[in-house]
Each structure stands twice: as structure tokens, then as C-alpha cells.
Write a protein that binds this ligand. Structure first.
Ligand code: ADP
Length: 163
């Protein structure tokens, strides 16, 4: 039984993330999406909101589960009894950081490997940060986000602007 952890901030989850989740779910017996609860960043969505959105849009995938974590990723992976970490690679700019993280994690936990899935070309430019910028200027989000996620982002931006 191979179990993978797909970690990230998912603030918010994009169609690029979804593509990685769906492809991983086809390859692995079990996929745990690890939503990072990072105190040093101020996310648009709380960790609970991010988990809920991911649960909703992955509900059609029987072998996918969503959890949140803080602290070291390798500790979370051990806690999950998982075998591998999955990360997505969009461009060469992702590579340096991802390689550094994978190698650091390997030193800390030699029993865990990191595998990389190259992005679907349709989403190679897409990031949560870009999506948030578009949302703040009321741009259309449907090419980047699941409709339910787009609705939540629009709602959240409206609330923030009214404050
Ligand atoms: P982090 O803050 O850990 O980078 P993200 O939520 O931004 O978290 O991304 C989680 C993972 O998904 C990372 O491996 C990232 O490279 C990957 N990813 C993000 N956007 C895309 C995309 N458009 N296509 C493929 N992979 C992506």
C-alpha cells in the first residue's frame, strides 16, 4: 500500500493543484493532502477554510483525504505512515527551492522520498498568489479555480474590502 502526502498552503487551491491531486490519486493507494498551518504567514483563508474547500472539491476521489499540519513536514509524513511526499513542478524557478527542500527532508528522514510531478502545461503559469491578485481587482476566476472555490474567494475579497 503506497501512501503519498501532498503538502502545501493551498491558499486557495487552484486547478493546478487539483491536477496534481487527481494524477497522484491515480498512482497511489492513498493520498493525504497536508494543509500547512503556518503562523508566520497571513493567509487569505484560515486553515479550517482551506481544508473544507479541499474536502469539497476532492469528494469524488475515494482515496483522498485532507488534514492540516504544522511543524516539520517529515514529522507529519511519519505520523501519516506515508511513504512519499509529492510536489508539483511548474518551472525551473520552482526547481531550486524544491530540490533544496527535498534534500533537507531526505537528510532528516532517509526513509521518505520526494517525487515530483511536472505541471499540466495548461496550468504551468498558475499560482495561488496570482489568483489572489486577480481577485482583488475583480478579474474573472473561472479559468483558474473550481467554481465553488472561486465563489469563496470572491466572497472573502468582498468582505475584506468592506472592512
Ligand atoms: P507552498 O506554499 O508549499 O509552495 P502551494 O500551495 O503554493 O504551497 O503549492 C503546493 C504544491 O503545489 C507545490 O509543490 C507547488 O509547486 C505545486 N503547485 C502549485 N501550483 C501549481 C500548478 N499550477 N501546477 C502544478 N503544481 C503546482
Amino acid at each position: 500500500m503506497a501512501t503519498a502526502v501532498y503538502p502545501g498552503s493551498f491558499d486557495p487551491v487552484t486547478l493546478g493543484h487539483m491536477d496534481i491531486i487527481e494524477r497522484t490519486a491515480q498512482m497511489m493507494d492513498h493520498v493525504i493532502i497536508g494543509v500547512l498551518h503556518n503562523n508566520s504567514k497571513t493567509p487569505l483563508f484560515s486553515v479550517e477554510e482551506r481544508v473544507k474547500m479541499l474536502e469539497e472539491i476532492t469528494s469524488h476521489l475515494d482515496n483522498v483525504e485532507v488534514r492540516f499540519f504544522h511543524g516539520l513536514l517529515v514529522d507529519f509524513v511519519h505520523e501519516c505512515h506515508a511513504d512519499v511526499i509529492v510536489r508539483g513542478l511548474r518551472a525551473i524557478t520552482d526547481f531550486e527551492y524544491e530540490l533544496q527542500m527535498a534534500q533537507t527532508n531526505r537528510v532528516m528522514a532517509p526513509d521518505i522520498d520526494t517525487i515530483f510531478l511536472t505541471t499540466n502545461l495548461r496550468y504551468s503559469y498558475l499560482s495561488s498568489t496570482t489568483v489572489k491578485e486577480i481577485a482583488f481587482f475583480h478579474g474573472k476566476l473561472e479559468a483558474f479555480l473550481h467554481p465553488e472555490v472561486a465563489r469563496r474567494v470572491e466572497e472573502k475579497v468582498k468582505k475584506l474590502k468592506n472592512h
